[in-house]
Design a protein around this ligand. Structure first.
Ligand code: AMP
Length: 308
Protein backbone atom coordinates (compact mmCIF):
# COMPACT_ATOMS: atom_id res chain seq x y z
CA UNK A 1 0.00 0.00 0.00
CA UNK A 2 1.24 3.50 -0.84
CA UNK A 3 0.98 6.64 1.24
CA UNK A 4 -1.22 9.40 -0.09
CA UNK A 5 -0.75 13.09 0.54
CA UNK A 6 -3.64 15.37 -0.35
CA UNK A 7 -3.53 19.15 -0.65
CA UNK A 8 -6.62 21.24 -1.31
CA UNK A 9 -9.18 23.48 0.30
CA UNK A 10 -10.93 22.58 3.52
CA UNK A 11 -13.83 24.95 3.39
CA UNK A 12 -17.26 26.27 4.13
CA UNK A 13 -19.67 25.97 1.21
CA UNK A 14 -23.13 27.46 0.72
CA UNK A 15 -25.04 25.72 -2.03
CA UNK A 16 -28.23 26.42 -3.94
CA UNK A 17 -29.82 23.80 -6.15
CA UNK A 18 -33.32 23.53 -7.62
CA UNK A 19 -34.06 21.26 -4.62
CA UNK A 20 -32.94 23.52 -1.82
CA UNK A 21 -30.37 25.71 -0.21
CA UNK A 22 -27.79 25.27 2.55
CA UNK A 23 -26.19 27.61 5.04
CA UNK A 24 -22.45 27.25 5.50
CA UNK A 25 -21.66 23.55 5.48
CA UNK A 26 -18.49 21.49 5.34
CA UNK A 27 -16.87 21.54 1.91
CA UNK A 28 -13.56 21.95 0.15
CA UNK A 29 -11.67 19.98 -2.44
CA UNK A 30 -9.38 18.21 0.06
CA UNK A 31 -12.34 17.29 2.26
CA UNK A 32 -14.13 15.50 -0.58
CA UNK A 33 -10.89 13.89 -1.81
CA UNK A 34 -10.00 12.68 1.69
CA UNK A 35 -13.44 11.25 2.43
CA UNK A 36 -13.50 9.45 -0.91
CA UNK A 37 -9.96 8.04 -0.60
CA UNK A 38 -10.74 6.87 2.94
CA UNK A 39 -12.88 4.14 1.35
CA UNK A 40 -9.61 2.35 0.64
CA UNK A 41 -8.18 2.54 4.19
CA UNK A 42 -4.95 4.00 2.84
CA UNK A 43 -2.50 6.06 4.89
CA UNK A 44 -3.50 9.56 3.91
CA UNK A 45 -2.83 13.09 5.12
CA UNK A 46 -4.47 16.39 4.23
CA UNK A 47 -2.38 19.55 3.89
CA UNK A 48 -4.57 22.65 4.13
CA UNK A 49 -5.50 25.65 6.22
CA UNK A 50 -8.64 26.75 8.10
CA UNK A 51 -9.57 29.66 10.33
CA UNK A 52 -10.51 29.77 14.01
CA UNK A 53 -14.16 29.67 12.87
CA UNK A 54 -13.81 26.09 11.61
CA UNK A 55 -15.71 23.66 13.86
CA UNK A 56 -13.67 21.03 15.70
CA UNK A 57 -16.34 18.44 14.84
CA UNK A 58 -15.44 18.75 11.13
CA UNK A 59 -11.78 18.09 11.91
CA UNK A 60 -12.83 15.16 14.11
CA UNK A 61 -14.83 13.75 11.23
CA UNK A 62 -11.71 13.65 9.06
CA UNK A 63 -9.62 12.12 11.88
CA UNK A 64 -12.26 9.45 12.45
CA UNK A 65 -11.75 8.43 8.83
CA UNK A 66 -8.08 7.84 9.70
CA UNK A 67 -6.95 10.86 7.76
CA UNK A 68 -3.86 12.52 9.25
CA UNK A 69 -4.83 16.15 9.82
CA UNK A 70 -1.58 17.37 11.36
CA UNK A 71 -0.95 19.20 8.07
CA UNK A 72 -4.15 21.27 8.44
CA UNK A 73 -2.99 24.57 9.86
CA UNK A 74 -5.45 26.49 12.04
CA UNK A 75 -5.14 30.28 11.93
CA UNK A 76 -6.99 31.23 15.11
CA UNK A 77 -7.78 34.82 14.14
CA UNK A 78 -8.46 34.03 10.47
CA UNK A 79 -11.54 33.02 8.48
CA UNK A 80 -11.91 29.73 6.61
CA UNK A 81 -12.05 29.66 2.79
CA UNK A 82 -15.65 30.14 1.67
CA UNK A 83 -17.27 29.19 -1.61
CA UNK A 84 -20.85 29.58 -2.70
CA UNK A 85 -22.50 28.32 -5.87
CA UNK A 86 -25.88 28.05 -7.53
CA UNK A 87 -26.77 25.18 -9.88
CA UNK A 88 -28.90 25.58 -12.98
CA UNK A 89 -31.87 23.30 -13.62
CA UNK A 90 -29.78 20.87 -15.68
CA UNK A 91 -27.54 20.38 -12.58
CA UNK A 92 -24.53 20.18 -14.90
CA UNK A 93 -23.69 23.86 -14.89
CA UNK A 94 -23.38 26.28 -12.00
CA UNK A 95 -22.56 29.86 -11.23
CA UNK A 96 -20.03 30.69 -8.56
CA UNK A 97 -21.62 33.31 -6.33
CA UNK A 98 -18.65 33.88 -4.02
CA UNK A 99 -15.06 32.74 -3.57
CA UNK A 100 -13.52 34.19 -0.40
CA UNK A 101 -9.93 33.02 -0.08
CA UNK A 102 -9.53 34.30 3.51
CA UNK A 103 -6.78 32.24 5.22
CA UNK A 104 -5.90 30.64 1.89
CA UNK A 105 -4.66 33.99 0.55
CA UNK A 106 -1.26 33.63 2.21
CA UNK A 107 -1.02 29.98 3.03
CA UNK A 108 2.36 28.27 3.24
CA UNK A 109 1.69 24.53 3.21
CA UNK A 110 3.77 22.21 5.38
CA UNK A 111 3.77 18.52 4.49
CA UNK A 112 3.93 16.38 7.68
CA UNK A 113 7.34 14.71 8.08
CA UNK A 114 5.88 11.20 7.76
CA UNK A 115 4.33 12.02 4.42
CA UNK A 116 7.28 13.66 2.70
CA UNK A 117 8.06 10.32 1.06
CA UNK A 118 4.47 9.56 0.02
CA UNK A 119 4.30 7.63 -3.22
CA UNK A 120 1.08 9.30 -4.40
CA UNK A 121 0.52 13.04 -4.27
CA UNK A 122 -2.95 14.39 -4.97
CA UNK A 123 -2.79 18.10 -5.66
CA UNK A 124 -6.42 19.10 -5.19
CA UNK A 125 -7.89 22.37 -6.16
CA UNK A 126 -6.23 25.46 -4.68
CA UNK A 127 -3.58 28.01 -5.63
CA UNK A 128 -1.05 26.47 -8.07
CA UNK A 129 1.85 27.96 -6.07
CA UNK A 130 0.66 25.99 -3.02
CA UNK A 131 0.39 22.88 -5.19
CA UNK A 132 3.98 23.41 -6.42
CA UNK A 133 5.24 23.98 -2.90
CA UNK A 134 3.91 20.58 -1.83
CA UNK A 135 5.85 18.93 -4.67
CA UNK A 136 8.97 20.86 -3.61
CA UNK A 137 8.73 19.41 -0.11
CA UNK A 138 8.69 15.76 -1.17
CA UNK A 139 12.00 14.14 -0.25
CA UNK A 140 11.77 11.61 -3.06
CA UNK A 141 10.03 11.85 -6.40
CA UNK A 142 6.49 10.49 -5.97
CA UNK A 143 5.48 7.50 -8.03
CA UNK A 144 2.53 9.53 -9.22
CA UNK A 145 1.58 13.19 -8.91
CA UNK A 146 -2.04 13.98 -9.81
CA UNK A 147 -3.36 17.52 -10.22
CA UNK A 148 -6.88 18.89 -10.19
CA UNK A 149 -7.72 22.51 -10.81
CA UNK A 150 -10.53 24.78 -11.97
CA UNK A 151 -11.34 27.86 -14.04
CA UNK A 152 -10.84 30.20 -11.05
CA UNK A 153 -7.06 29.53 -11.11
CA UNK A 154 -6.91 29.71 -14.91
CA UNK A 155 -8.38 33.19 -14.64
CA UNK A 156 -6.23 34.35 -11.74
CA UNK A 157 -2.91 32.46 -11.84
CA UNK A 158 -2.46 30.96 -15.30
CA UNK A 159 1.33 31.14 -15.43
CA UNK A 160 1.72 29.48 -12.01
CA UNK A 161 -0.78 26.87 -13.11
CA UNK A 162 1.25 26.05 -16.23
CA UNK A 163 4.36 25.74 -14.04
CA UNK A 164 2.77 23.10 -11.82
CA UNK A 165 1.01 21.27 -14.69
CA UNK A 166 4.48 20.68 -16.19
CA UNK A 167 5.50 18.76 -13.07
CA UNK A 168 2.64 16.25 -12.72
CA UNK A 169 1.91 12.85 -14.26
CA UNK A 170 -1.89 13.04 -14.29
CA UNK A 171 -4.33 15.92 -14.57
CA UNK A 172 -8.02 15.61 -13.78
CA UNK A 173 -10.08 18.44 -15.18
CA UNK A 174 -13.65 18.93 -16.33
CA UNK A 175 -14.62 19.35 -19.97
CA UNK A 176 -15.32 23.07 -19.79
CA UNK A 177 -12.00 23.70 -18.03
CA UNK A 178 -10.07 21.55 -20.55
CA UNK A 179 -11.55 23.74 -23.29
CA UNK A 180 -10.64 26.93 -21.43
CA UNK A 181 -7.08 25.74 -20.74
CA UNK A 182 -6.37 24.80 -24.35
CA UNK A 183 -8.72 26.95 -26.43
CA UNK A 184 -9.86 23.76 -28.19
CA UNK A 185 -13.47 22.59 -28.38
CA UNK A 186 -12.69 18.97 -29.29
CA UNK A 187 -11.79 17.11 -26.09
CA UNK A 188 -9.48 14.79 -28.04
CA UNK A 189 -7.49 17.74 -29.33
CA UNK A 190 -7.65 19.42 -25.90
CA UNK A 191 -6.26 16.25 -24.26
CA UNK A 192 -3.41 16.16 -26.77
CA UNK A 193 -2.56 19.78 -26.03
CA UNK A 194 -2.60 19.09 -22.27
CA UNK A 195 -0.26 16.10 -22.87
CA UNK A 196 2.09 18.56 -24.52
CA UNK A 197 2.00 20.72 -21.38
CA UNK A 198 3.46 17.80 -19.37
CA UNK A 199 1.01 15.22 -17.94
CA UNK A 200 1.25 11.77 -19.51
CA UNK A 201 -2.29 10.98 -18.43
CA UNK A 202 -5.24 13.30 -18.88
CA UNK A 203 -8.61 12.62 -17.26
CA UNK A 204 -11.48 14.74 -18.54
CA UNK A 205 -14.57 14.67 -16.33
CA UNK A 206 -17.85 15.20 -18.10
CA UNK A 207 -20.29 15.27 -15.19
CA UNK A 208 -23.33 13.11 -15.90
CA UNK A 209 -21.63 11.97 -19.12
CA UNK A 210 -18.80 10.16 -17.38
CA UNK A 211 -15.05 10.52 -17.73
CA UNK A 212 -12.37 10.02 -20.37
CA UNK A 213 -8.81 8.86 -19.67
CA UNK A 214 -6.23 9.72 -22.34
CA UNK A 215 -2.71 8.31 -22.54
CA UNK A 216 -0.69 8.85 -25.72
CA UNK A 217 -2.97 7.57 -28.47
CA UNK A 218 -5.13 5.42 -26.17
CA UNK A 219 -8.47 6.48 -24.71
CA UNK A 220 -10.63 4.83 -22.07
CA UNK A 221 -14.18 5.93 -21.36
CA UNK A 222 -16.28 5.31 -18.27
CA UNK A 223 -19.90 6.46 -18.27
CA UNK A 224 -21.47 7.95 -15.18
CA UNK A 225 -24.06 5.72 -13.60
CA UNK A 226 -27.48 6.93 -14.74
CA UNK A 227 -29.05 8.16 -11.51
CA UNK A 228 -32.71 8.85 -10.94
CA UNK A 229 -31.96 12.00 -9.00
CA UNK A 230 -28.92 14.24 -8.73
CA UNK A 231 -29.42 16.29 -5.60
CA UNK A 232 -26.19 18.31 -5.36
CA UNK A 233 -23.18 17.85 -7.68
CA UNK A 234 -20.80 19.81 -5.42
CA UNK A 235 -17.63 17.86 -4.80
CA UNK A 236 -18.34 15.20 -7.40
CA UNK A 237 -15.14 16.05 -9.26
CA UNK A 238 -13.08 15.91 -6.07
CA UNK A 239 -14.76 12.71 -4.97
CA UNK A 240 -13.85 11.26 -8.35
CA UNK A 241 -10.24 12.38 -7.87
CA UNK A 242 -10.17 10.92 -4.34
CA UNK A 243 -11.47 7.57 -5.56
CA UNK A 244 -8.97 7.59 -8.42
CA UNK A 245 -6.00 8.45 -6.19
CA UNK A 246 -7.15 6.22 -3.31
CA UNK A 247 -7.50 3.18 -5.54
CA UNK A 248 -4.04 3.74 -7.05
CA UNK A 249 -2.55 4.19 -3.57
CA UNK A 250 -4.23 1.02 -2.35
CA UNK A 251 -3.07 -1.10 -5.29
CA UNK A 252 0.33 0.58 -5.73
CA UNK A 253 0.02 0.00 -9.47
CA UNK A 254 0.10 3.16 -11.58
CA UNK A 255 -0.09 1.53 -15.01
CA UNK A 256 -2.58 2.74 -17.62
CA UNK A 257 -4.47 -0.57 -17.30
CA UNK A 258 -4.92 -0.09 -13.57
CA UNK A 259 -5.85 3.56 -14.04
CA UNK A 260 -8.90 2.35 -15.96
CA UNK A 261 -10.13 0.67 -12.77
CA UNK A 262 -9.25 3.80 -10.82
CA UNK A 263 -11.52 5.78 -13.16
CA UNK A 264 -14.35 3.30 -12.52
CA UNK A 265 -13.86 3.59 -8.75
CA UNK A 266 -13.77 7.38 -9.03
CA UNK A 267 -17.01 7.43 -11.03
CA UNK A 268 -18.70 5.04 -8.63
CA UNK A 269 -17.84 7.10 -5.57
CA UNK A 270 -18.84 10.34 -7.31
CA UNK A 271 -22.25 8.81 -8.02
CA UNK A 272 -22.87 8.64 -4.25
CA UNK A 273 -21.58 12.13 -3.55
CA UNK A 274 -24.29 13.79 -5.66
CA UNK A 275 -27.15 12.10 -3.82
CA UNK A 276 -27.13 14.46 -0.83
CA UNK A 277 -25.97 17.96 0.02
CA UNK A 278 -22.23 18.50 0.45
CA UNK A 279 -20.29 15.71 2.12
CA UNK A 280 -23.32 14.12 3.80
CA UNK A 281 -23.52 11.00 1.64
CA UNK A 282 -19.76 10.37 1.84
CA UNK A 283 -19.53 10.66 5.63
CA UNK A 284 -20.97 7.19 6.23
CA UNK A 285 -20.83 5.17 3.09
CA UNK A 286 -20.72 1.42 3.68
CA UNK A 287 -18.28 -0.55 1.49
CA UNK A 288 -21.10 -2.98 0.71
CA UNK A 289 -23.05 -0.24 -1.07
CA UNK A 290 -19.97 0.75 -3.06
CA UNK A 291 -19.48 -2.84 -4.16
CA UNK A 292 -23.12 -3.17 -5.20
CA UNK A 293 -22.80 -0.08 -7.32
CA UNK A 294 -19.55 -1.32 -8.87
CA UNK A 295 -21.47 -4.42 -9.92
CA UNK A 296 -24.15 -2.17 -11.46
CA UNK A 297 -21.38 -0.40 -13.33
CA UNK A 298 -20.11 -3.69 -14.68
CA UNK A 299 -23.58 -4.71 -15.80
CA UNK A 300 -24.11 -1.32 -17.42
CA UNK A 301 -21.00 -1.47 -19.56
CA UNK A 302 -20.48 -5.14 -20.34
CA UNK A 303 -21.59 -6.66 -23.57
CA UNK A 304 -20.59 -9.60 -25.64
CA UNK A 305 -20.64 -8.96 -29.35
CA UNK A 306 -19.62 -11.12 -32.25
CA UNK A 307 -17.91 -9.35 -35.08
CA UNK A 308 -19.68 -10.48 -38.23
P1 AMP B 1 -16.23 20.38 -7.39
O1 AMP B 1 -17.73 20.40 -7.32
O2 AMP B 1 -15.65 19.00 -7.45
O3 AMP B 1 -15.68 21.30 -8.42
O4 AMP B 1 -15.68 20.95 -6.01
C1 AMP B 1 -16.39 21.80 -5.19
C2 AMP B 1 -15.54 22.15 -3.99
O5 AMP B 1 -14.44 22.94 -4.43
C3 AMP B 1 -16.31 22.96 -2.98
O6 AMP B 1 -16.42 22.22 -1.78
C4 AMP B 1 -15.49 24.24 -2.79
O7 AMP B 1 -15.23 24.54 -1.44
C5 AMP B 1 -14.20 23.98 -3.52
N1 AMP B 1 -13.78 25.14 -4.32
C6 AMP B 1 -14.55 26.01 -4.99
N2 AMP B 1 -13.81 26.96 -5.61
C7 AMP B 1 -12.52 26.68 -5.32
C8 AMP B 1 -11.27 27.28 -5.66
N3 AMP B 1 -11.19 28.36 -6.43
N4 AMP B 1 -10.15 26.69 -5.19
C9 AMP B 1 -10.22 25.59 -4.42
N5 AMP B 1 -11.34 24.98 -4.06
C10 AMP B 1 -12.50 25.51 -4.49
Amino acid sequence: MSKLVIVGTVAFDAIETPFGKTDKILGGAATFIGLSASQFNVDSAIVSVVGGDFPQEYLDLLSEKNIDISGIEIIKDGKTFFWSGRYHNDMNSRDTLATELNVLADFNPVVPQDYKDAEIVMLGNLHPIVQSSVLDQMTKKPKLAILDTMNFWMDSALEDLHNVIKRVDVITINDEEARQLTGEYSLVVAARKIHEMGPKYVVIKKGEHGALLFHNDSVFYAPALPLEEVFDPTGAGDTFAGGFAGYLAKTGDVSFENMKNAVIYGSTLASFCVEKFGTERMENLPKKEVHQRLQQFKDLTQFDIELT
